[in-house]
Structure formats: C-alpha cells, structure tokens
Design a protein around this ligand. Sequence first.
Ligand SMILES: [Zn+2]
Ligand SMILES: [Zn+2]
Length: 169
Amino acid sequence: MAMQVKNETRTGLTAEIKIVPAWAWTLAVVGFAIAQLFFNVVMARHQHAPPAWCRALMGLAAGTVLGCYLLLVGYVNRDARRRGMSSILWTLVAIFIPHGLGLILYFILRQPERSACPQCGNAVQTGFNFCPGCNYKLGPSCPQCQRVVGVNDVYCPYCGTSLRNQAAP
Ligand SMILES: [Zn+2]
Ligand SMILES: [Zn+2]
C-alpha cells in the first residue's frame, strides 16, 4: 500500500482497488470491528472460550476475511456497471451465493471491459474501431477504402494503400 504507483500500472491491481466504492470500505471496516468485538468480547464471556491470544488471532483472521469479502462485493458492484452488466443482479449474486461462489461466478462470466466514447460518452467494448452510437473513429482505418486496419499495419490489407502517413488517433 505504501509503494508509489507508476503510470504504466494504472490498469493493475491499484487501479482496480480504486473503483471499490466508499460504502464497501465502510462496511469492511465495520465488519472487521464486529469480528473483533465478537471474538474478544462476546466469546470471552463463554465458559469454554479459547485463551485470549487465540481469540485475538481468530478475530483478526475472521475480520480480514469478512473485510475482503465486503470489498470484493463493492468491487463487483462497480465493475459490473463498467462492463455494461447488471450491477444490482451481480451484487446480489456476490452476496447471496455462499462460500464466495457468487464472486467466482462473476469473475468467470463478466463481460470484456468497456470504455467511454470520447465523442458521445457511450460505453464501447474495448477493441472496437468505431463507436456504435455515433460512428466516432476509435481506431485507425484506411483513408482509401475506410476499412478498419491494425495499429501496426504499413499497408491496407484490403486495397494496398500505404498507411505510413496515417497517424494513429
Ligand atoms: Zn460515440
Ligand atoms: Zn484500404
């Protein structure tokens, strides 16, 4: 957490953690606190309670698991929306399918990430060359035949026009 994050790791774990909403962080902290309360206070009153050091360790472990789970639920809530999936449905799946299976299901079934069209703001699937909403050119295309070409193509694979002077947008 203390490490300085560079720009090239923006799509990495740190960027993913940033989309976890504030309410999920709050719930995670509350959940962690409740686990401490349960193992160190409530359980201590029990006649056959384990020793204090054992209860403290159990509380930390349970609190960490619970906190991470709540953060992941928050992540699913935001990530689903970003990918054009039902945010409410997947949040409920993550919460109510037990043993973290809802979370696993989400990461298996989630749609490819989408980005916003710079012209109309429409959510566009990564890899598209034109925005389906406003026909904005998101990737390079041939100036002669207007077909979509690869970023590193030197000649158009359809009509042979040189693309050397084409600057990528
Ligand atoms: Zn658009
Ligand atoms: Zn062409």
